[in-house]
Design a binder for this molecule. Sequence first.
Ligand SMILES: [Mg+2]
Ligand SMILES: [Zn+2]
Length: 230
Amino acid sequence: MVILTDFDGTITTKDVIDGILERFAGPEWLEIENQWLSGEIGSKECLRRQMALITVEASALEQVLNSVEIDSTFASFLQYCFAQEIPLRIVSDNFEWFIRHILRNNLPEHTHILDRTPIFANEVKLLGTRLEFSFPHSGPECTHGCATCKASLVKKIRANDKDEIIFIGDGMSDRFGAREADLVFAKSTLLEYCRKEGIEAIPFDQFSKIQGWVESKRKVPAPSWQPRKS
Ligand SMILES: [Mg+2]
Ligand SMILES: [Zn+2]
């Protein structure tokens, strides 16, 4: 199996990009967000327009990133996957720089695993007080206008690894990825979406539940034997 997980609201306890927009962009960002939620625009156009509203100093941005907390059971899940050689990849509409910063900050003792964990996300640089960004994983075959096309990533990873794809997420940016995956763990808005659309999904609140599920799947059945009567 290959495990793909969303980042914001799934690994982190709150949505990081929403937090940054709340602090450093004008209130117009919410109007753009609603256009995306209603399906009027894709996440790429949404992010492009929202990011353009931001003016921020490097130190203030870092302060926000340093305040982000993650699921307290994610460290154990990360270690478990690494020890069991289960490929774990992060797929996100956030930015790789922010994600790596937050993970290193929360899990300083696991940097050797984090450095080996692939992250498929958008790219960003701070030039002065403006953010410059690009979308290396928007996927040429994406029909949804995604910034990071999770559906294309599921298909690509499955084609390469020929494996069962487990997808973990919490929100609307996960809907197309969840549609393509073999098995979905969902919470919050994604869980509601899956229920409405008839996509089979296992509800979860923390990574410990997913770890328990994976452990039970991989457990080799104990050999059945009976003591011989002589
Ligand atoms: Mg999310
Ligand atoms: Zn897409």
